[in-house]
Every structure is written in C-alpha cells, then in structure tokens.
Ligand binder design. Sequence first.
Ligand code: NAD
Length: 284
Amino acid sequence: MTFRSQASSVPTIVLNDGNVIPQLGFGVFQVPEDQVAGVVSTALEVGYRSIDTASIYGNEKGVGEAVRSSGIPRDDLFITTKLWNADQGYDSTLRAFDASMERLGLDYLDLYLIHWPVPSANKFVDTFRAMQALQADGRIGSIGVSNFRVIDLETLIDATGVTPTVNQIELHPTLAQRELRQYQDNHAIATEAWSPLGQGKLLDNPTIVGVAQQTGRTPAQVIIRWHLQQGIIVIPKSVTPSRIAENFDVFDFELTPAQMEALSPLDKGDRIGPDPSVFKAGLD
Ligand code: NAD
C-alpha cells in the first residue's frame, strides 16, 4: 500500500520548556518486537512523525530500526520512551536511560516519561531529578510523566521546582479526566491521551457511531477529532495499515460544537487500565 504523506498537516503543541510536539502520534503498546519495525515504517510513510514506546513494551529496538531506516531527518521526528517502575531511583534511571537509548540506537530522545508514579515506592522525585540531569547534559529534549494524579504532580513540582512538560494519562470519551486536565491546563502541563480509542472498545458505542454517520467518517476518526479539538495530544495504535492511515486522515473535517457536546454524557469515569494510586507492577 502506498500513502500520500501528510506530515505537515499535523498541528503541534508547544510544551512548557519551549519544545514542540506533534498533536497526533503513533503508539506501539503490545506491538511485538518482530512486527514493530514494519508497523512503525508504515506509520512514518503515512505521515506520523511522533512515536510513543516504552522500555516495558519490549520493542524499542524495532522502533529505532524503523526510525533510522526511514530517511526522515532526525529533527523532524519526535520519539518518546518511558522509564519502567523497576528502574525508578536516581542511579537506576541513569542506567535505564542508557539501556533504552542503546536499544533505540539513538543519541537523543525527544521526551522521557516516568511511566507510573508508584506513590508507595516514594521514588519519583529522585527519578525525575535524574531525568533533569540527563536533560541538562543535552541527551533529552523534554521530561515528563505518565499516570500521575494531581497529588503526584503537586509533590513533584514542590520538590523539584520543575513542572513536567507532559502527563500521559488514560483518556477517552468514557474517562474524560476533566478535573486532572483542568489542573494541567492551569499549570501548563500538556495532556497526552493513552488508549485514546478505549483500546477499540468505544468504536461500536451507539453515540459515537451516530456522530460518525452524521459526519460520514469512522468512529475512530470521530474520537481522534474529539481529542484534537480539546487540545489533547493523541497517540492511537493499530498494526493494520488501512487503520494506521485512517487514524491519521483526520485533518479535513471538524466536529461541530453540538457533536462534541453529544459525546460528553459518555464520561462515566470508566477506567480500562490500572489505577495509578496503587499500580506497582515491577516493584511487587
Ligand atoms: P488505543 O485506544 O489506541 O486502541 C488501539 C486498538 O483499537 C487497536 O489495537 C485496534 O484493536 C483498535 N483500532 C485502532 N484503530 C482502529 C480503527 N481505525 N478501526 C478499528 N479499530 C481500531 O489503545 P492503546 O494501544 O492502549 O493506546 C495507544 C497508545 O497509548 C499505546 O500504543 C501506547 O503507546 C500508549 N499507552 C500508554 C500507557 C501508559 O501507561 N502510559 C498505557 C497504555 C497505552
């Protein structure tokens, strides 16, 4: 399949450190290492320039291969990876970063995230300080967090005096995270949505299907617009080339205010993933 690349049509978000992230990126959670290079190559061909991986996904090597063989200038790409729970702590973060970069085969990372706060371990402040040191060394562009609650963000900001650029959180129409997003807006923390399509479970929701029929677009495209029109960074995942392209083909239509509003009642606070206040896999 060949695609007409539309990389330049993706809006960008300016982070609180001045760096710029594409608002639509590509996630690779659960994409096996032996498939990921092909899948990421397809995404890059379609026009995605931001790729979201994590050390725990076990596929950084393939992501790096696709990035390096793409021929796309490194400055045009935005690569994110995440520090796993078991690696939290100052020295272990420095080591985990080196290991991730070795697997990626890159010498510069655009965004490094603390994957989960694991509040009971009480290590995320030291972890973030190590990331600040790596950033000061010029090895990372931006540093941020994932799955942090308001209380975790407050603890981090109070302790370090630095506000993370991004908080990547579970966010979709059935978990709209309004309170956390309000806090983040007030503190210039960009909101990035993981499982933005509810891991595909929202695609047959009758309300979303109804809006899709009104717009003549697909349910996935409607949900991606719902994110984009609220200023949220969104990183849908698919391994299917036609869906990878479909999820990117969202810049030639808009949801009306009424269509946006029609999705509001779907917010029931329903989580698909783990609860960040207790999740501590890797540190059990
Ligand atoms: P998602 O909401 O992006 O849904 C992906 C699934 O939806 C696919 O596996 C497929 O089944 C379906 N799908 C995608 N596009 C479709 C289309 N056009 N038509 C029909 N079905 C379609 O779920 P996700 O992968 O969990 O989340 C996206 C990314 O977020 C991940 O790949 C990862 O990078 C990131 N993530 C981060 C965390 C975290 O803790 N920080 C947790 C989970 C995911």
